[in-house]
Ligand binder design. Sequence first.
Ligand code: NAP
Length: 491
Amino acid sequence: MGSHAEGLGLNDAGLLRQHALIGGQWCDADAGGRCEVRNPANAALLGTVPEMAAAETRRAIDAAHAAFPAWAGKTADARAQVLRDLHALMLEHQEDLARLLTAEQGKPLAEARGEITYSAGYLQWFAEQARRMDGEVIQSHAADKRLLTLRQPVGVVGMITPWNFPSAMLGRKLAPALAAGCTVVCKPALQTPFSALALGELAQRAGVPPGVINIVTGHDAAAIGAEMTGNPKLRKLSFTGSTAVGKTLMAQSAPDLKRLSLELGGNAPFIVFDDADLDAAVAGVIASKFRNTGQTCVCANRIFVQASVYAAFAEKLVAAVRQLRVGDGLQGETEQGPLIDAKALAKVEAHVADALANGARLAIGGQRHALGGTFYTPTVLLDADARMQLAQEETFGPVAPLFCFTTEADVIAQANATPFGLAGYFYTRDLARSWRVSEALQCGIVGINTGLISTEVAPFGGIKHSGFGREGGKDGLHDYTELKYVCVGGL
Ligand code: NAP
């Protein structure tokens, strides 16, 4: 196992954990099976993790349940101190964590370093928020009564996270849950478990007590999910991933009426009005569309450009896309890594083929990259329209389709013509339009004159088929609390 860590050039080989974490113990699967984890840039074997399923998940829930009273009973400051220590450890080991992340996920090292800072930021923010989990005293309706509210932790929380942000998607769930006094059972995506396991290792070093954070791995996600949704000791499930799996988990959670946070897929519109700073808008598309090789839930998926600036914008965008450097994220100055797997590559190819068959024009890219594997050339398509597959679902790859529009009303109608509602972006220099369009877009997050909107201090989440619940900001803590009303009589 040491040889894998050496191959990655980690300073601290102990961060490559190849066991699951249950009740403070690093363990194997009951039947001893293991799953391989490979680097998407070159298919090299990075290591293995235990092949666990329902029985181990049940034990992890039991461990979290046993640890809950003592963790919830600590003072807010005691919990905050542990979170602050974990934040500091993450930054201390940022380079190792980033290398692990790039090796298992493929994103360029610079993006991975940014993800570690972002993920750690949630621990710092919610350490601060832990101390503000206040209830209130309410003006009473009766002279002989006093009314108040308490915020209490929900209990044991299950967390299921995707492969595209293996550290941050867990950090932004763990931090508010632990701050609130909840204990957790996490199931990271099987393609990228090492970032989560490294967080588990650092959490132990930071003094998180046994059983407060449990991490199970295994390829049978449905079995692990079914145990989580069916187990009455687990009171809430927080899921980030596809809309289809989110709906399944919601249906499974109905019999036990579990609390849910669902951060699901998007289909973000990115609108360039004719009064926009076109160079800034191009930079915004590069940041939003091409981050993580187009594999983020808030990636611009449909780029709407007003007719009078369409040609000028397209020319500038193609020039910028031509500069993007494709390669192995661990090497050189890569800006575009590989796609996560062959299925992702096939979806990108299918979307491009469908668009071209339906009248789109290729401005640049449109094919696999010479590096082979799952590398795809950054692509711009012109004359996209609503009939194309790429207008209806996330492409999740480095393909920027440009749609044309004429009026503000026209583009609002086009932008909202999707069941999804996570992020939306637009570029304009008109103040009144900024308000109108922000209010009219049907989504949970709006970026005006920026392609980068994620931060731990603001609420992140969607509407419609993009789910519900908010992560980050002061609302992020409330999602892990119950609000209890206490009525004191007989005064
Ligand atoms: P996915 O297939 O839904 O997988 C997400 C997680 O769910 C993984 O851990 C997966 O495990 C697990 N899973 C799969 N089937 C399950 C089941 N039946 N029961 C319980 N868990 C199950 O999603 P993905 O395609 O890998 O991830 C990309 C999606 O996530 C995109 O749609 C993206 O937009 C969305 N996303 C949303 C946000 C947000 O904040 N809204 C953020 C990031 C990503 P395995 O890996 O073992 O299959």
